[in-house]
Design a protein around this ligand. Structure first.
Ligand code: ADP
Ligand code: ZN
Ligand code: ZN
Length: 756
């Protein structure tokens, strides 16, 4: 046998691949296979990138692969290339990108043997969630561990259960009889495809609702996508409610008709939007695709479920994968179309670890595979808009709302200064006209939505007598008053304290909340609009798993008259009975020093306005502002994305800002601000000494706006260039130097940063 070596990527920050001898007879090594290898004193899971007949590592230093995952097909060359690109572009190690992109089950060798084996599992039912913790006697320790494992993961595989408790099967069966858990068995081996038929379906084609008659613009869009050949990036610019989803559905249906085995990836910005999309896709493809050919991928799935869905995509069994940004790294061997809905959404940018843009990676995958990619939005990112302006993306426009009777809402600006000058009544920040409009909706049985991008009761608690303000002991930030939770909470580090009864500095008992968050508005609405059923949706009210879904269902079911919420309620939801949208406190974002703040605010306002009047009820938007003459509000009132985008682009061009330059951000975290700044100064010096220095410019290092979080001081250094290639080359050359610098706790480098 010729000696055989493999080069393996491990989840480790250094870029190099590690050489190992491959001693196994079978299976033959192949790039894309997972292996278990010794690494230092421990075992690690790695991914083979290369196979070779020689190694430059001295024989006595070479160690051997211990085990290989033979049960699931190796990752494809294309997938490895995707990882390679992402690692290179975002300046990370191959393994640091590859391994975290895989579900936990694949990174756990003890589970390899059964990855695709038939599975029997039990899932907790709501009754069980309540009853189980109480039902077991304290001394039944093993049984309690079993119950806990089940409650933690929501479901438990029979093999895992038996490992916890030899008689697990009997207990689980008795819990099933009690109505606490349900049993399910899945056979992965039984490959299914649309062609093989006989698959289980929730509905049949006959039951699904009749298809909409497409508008001319929709028809044109669908045809353009289906007629494209090779790499074809589309920017689907459709006003809110114009039926972009319908375009995706038709394009996918056309694709699957033409290529019955093809796979598609559909990305949405928020977990909370997946159920709405999933339902639409299931209904549409019932009778065309088997039930399990549509899967979701997002961080809200239980670990086992996520692994199953991922494997379904990897084996080709899943044909449509619907997910949040992490799904962009899914292995899809027959990927033939990609869709990124609400492509402008900042949530597509991962903010830790590998700081990738899922939208950008989706476009890269489309290019790699020479397939179409559809980026949809009512307010495209200026980057994508600019690509379309230059003809690099094909623009498809939906200029009207899809539902015949639905028109875009009218937008009214309520001048708060004027309201005050004229002595008009307001209540807790809710202006007279807004309150009157909500009352009118209540009478007509329509819904109102109040958008306020600030959760909690009040952002500040302060003492009038001495000027004390409740701050976080660990961060340079005020703490937010949370009334229902009776707590002061830091939104940056999670620090919590009870609300003090008096000022800790001077003893004054008249300490008062300043400013308003969603909780305070929720409270105010109860008296401002008597009789209205008010519901708040924000990160606090939806903390429990699944609760967001329940709350949104209440809205859809008409059990709510006024919905108040943060940007969670602004995005994508197809509310049928909302005819009024009220916007509070948007002014805060007008004076940010982040050059993207206006783009973001405009998109947010257009999105939330787009929730009004979707199903034919005349919609109205009321924006409360002190700056009614601000250009953003004017563009909003005219629904003028194009005018807004073009004027922003002109400003960006004059100011040499993205998309006309390329940026990267080096962030450092130190025990002191001085340490962080010193690190960045050294880094900047090293940068200036590099051969490409003339093509790359570094700004001065500055502290972050919230300089201290969790007792760590943070600062950043912005680097930019008018050439992407020059920036990339410079960053690559800079990294080894950065790794050699000391004096800070952590640092990271972000390419194409969004928050500056
Ligand atoms: P968008 O994503 O562009 O905001 P949606 O795709 O949610 O819009 O569509 C808005 C509404 O219009 C949905 O209720 C959808 O069912 C409906 N719709 C879409 N296309 C049509 C059509 N051609 N005729 C009638 N209604 C349509
Ligand atoms: Zn005081
Ligand atoms: Zn804090």
């Amino acid at each position: 046998m010729t000696p055989c070596f493999v080069r393996v990527a491990l989840d480790h920050p250094l870029t190099a691949l590690y050489d190992y001898r491959y001693p196994l007879e079978a299976p033959p090594p192949q790039p894309g296979m997972l292996v278990r290898v010794p690494f230092g004193r421990r075992e690690a899971v790695g991914l083979i990138f290369e196979v070779s007949t020689h190694s430059d590592v001295p024989a006595n230093k070479l160690r051997e692969v211990d085990a290989v995952c033979a049960s699931c097909p190796p990752l494809s060359e294309q997938w490895l290339a995707l990882v390679g690109f992402a690692a290179d572009y975002y300046q990370r190690g191959l393994g640091e990108v590859a391994l975290p992109a895989l579900p936990q089950a694949l990174r756990d060798p003890s589970r390899w043997a059964r990855l695709l084996a038939p599975e029997e599992r039990y899932r907790v039912l709501p009754a069980g969630r309540e009853a189980l913790p109480e039902a077991l006697p304290a001394r039944a320790q093993v049984l309690r561990r079993l119950a806990q494992a089940l409650l933690d993961a929501n479901e438990l595989d029979l093999v895992d259960a038996r490992a916890l408790h030899p008689k697990a099967a009997a207990s689980l069966e008795s819990w099933r009889e009690a109505g606490w858990v349900e049993y399910e068995s899945v056979d992965f081996g039984a490959a299914q495809s649309a062609a093989s038929g006989g698959a289980k379906n929730t509905g049949s084609a006959a039951e699904s609702p009749p298809l909409h008659q497409l508008s001319d613009e929709q028809t044109e869009a669908v045809e353009a996508i289906l007629e494209s050949r090779g790499f074809a990036p589309f920017l689907l610019h459709g006003v809110t409610g114009s039926g972009k989803t319908e375009v995706y559905l038709r394009a996918l249906a056309g694709l699957l008709e033409r290529e019955p085995d093809a796979q598609a990836l559909v990305l949405v910005p928020e977990i909370n939007l997946t159920p709405q999309f999933e339902a639409a896709f299931r209904t549409r493809f019932a009778g065309v695709l088997p039930d399990d050919a549509i899967v979701t991928l997002h961080s809200g799935l239980a670990e086992g479920e996520r692994a199953r869905h991922w494997l379904a995509a990897h084996t080709g069994r899943a044909r449509i994968v619907l997910g949040t940004r992490l799904a962009v790294m899914a292995s899809l061997p027959r990927l033939a179309m990609l869709v990124v809905d609400e492509e402008h959404d900042p949530a597509y940018k991962q903010q830790e670890g590998l700081r990738y843009s899922a939208r950008d990676l989706a476009v890269w995958r489309a290019k790699q595979l020479e397939v179409p990619v559809v980026l949809g939005s009512a307010t495209p990112s200026l980057e994508s808009w600019w690509h379309a302006e230059q003809g690099r993306y094909t623009r498809l426009t939906l200029s009207r709302r899809a539902v015949a009777a639905a028109v875009l809402p009218s937008v009214k600006l309520i001048d708060l200064e004027e309201e005050r000058r004229r002595g008009r009544a307001s209540f807790e920040g809710l202006s007279g006209p807004l309150i009157a409009a909500m009352k009118a909706r209540l009478e007509r049985g329509e819904q109102s939505l109040i958008f306020l991008n600030r959760r909690g009761y009040a952002p500040v608690l302060s003492c009038d007598a001495c000027g004390w303000v409740a701050g976080c002991p660990r961060c340079s930030a005020y703490v937010v008053l949370h009334k229902p939770e009776r707590a002061l909470r830091c939104h940056h580090c999670g620090w919590e304290a009870r609300i003090p009864h008096s000022c800790p500095d001077c003893g004054n008992v008249d300490i008062a909340p300043m400013g308003r968050g969603t909780q305070r508005i929720e409270e105010a609405l109860a008296s401002a609009v008597p009789g209205a059923r008010v519901l708040r949706i924000d990160a606090d009210s939806t903390r429990r798993k699944g609760s967001a879904q329940a709350l949104f269902s209440d809205v859809h079911a008409g059990e709510v008259d006024i919905l108040v919420g943060t940007q969670m309620v602004a995005k994508g939801h197809d509310f049928q009975r909302v005819s009024l949208v009220g916007v509070m406190n948007a002014d805060n974002a007008l004076f940010s020093h982040d050059f993207r703040a206006s783009e973001r605010l405009f998109a947010q306002l257009m999105q939330v306005s787009g929730r009004a009047g979707r199903a034919g009820l005349p919609g109205e938007v009321m924006v409360q502002t002190r700056y009614p003459r601000h250009a953003i509000y004017h563009a909003l009132a005219r629904h003028d994305y194009v005018g807004f985008a073009n004027s922003q682009l002109a400003e960006r061009r004059d100011a040499h800002l993205p998309p006309f330059v390329y940026q990267a951000l080096l962030r450092a975290e130190g025990r002191t601000l001085e340490a962080a700044l010193a690190f960045l100064a050294e880094a900047a010096q090293a940068l200036a000494a590099m051969p490409t220095a003339s093509r790359v410019m570094a700004y001065d290092a500055v502290p972050l706006t919230i300089v201290k979080v969790m007792n760590v001081h943070r600062a950043q250094l912005l680097v930019e260039s008018s050439s992407r290639a020059a920036l990339q080359a410079t960053l690559r050359a800079w990294l080894p130097t950065l790794r050699g610098l000391r004096g800070v706790l952590r640092w990271n480098l972000e390419v194409d940063p969004l928050d500056i």
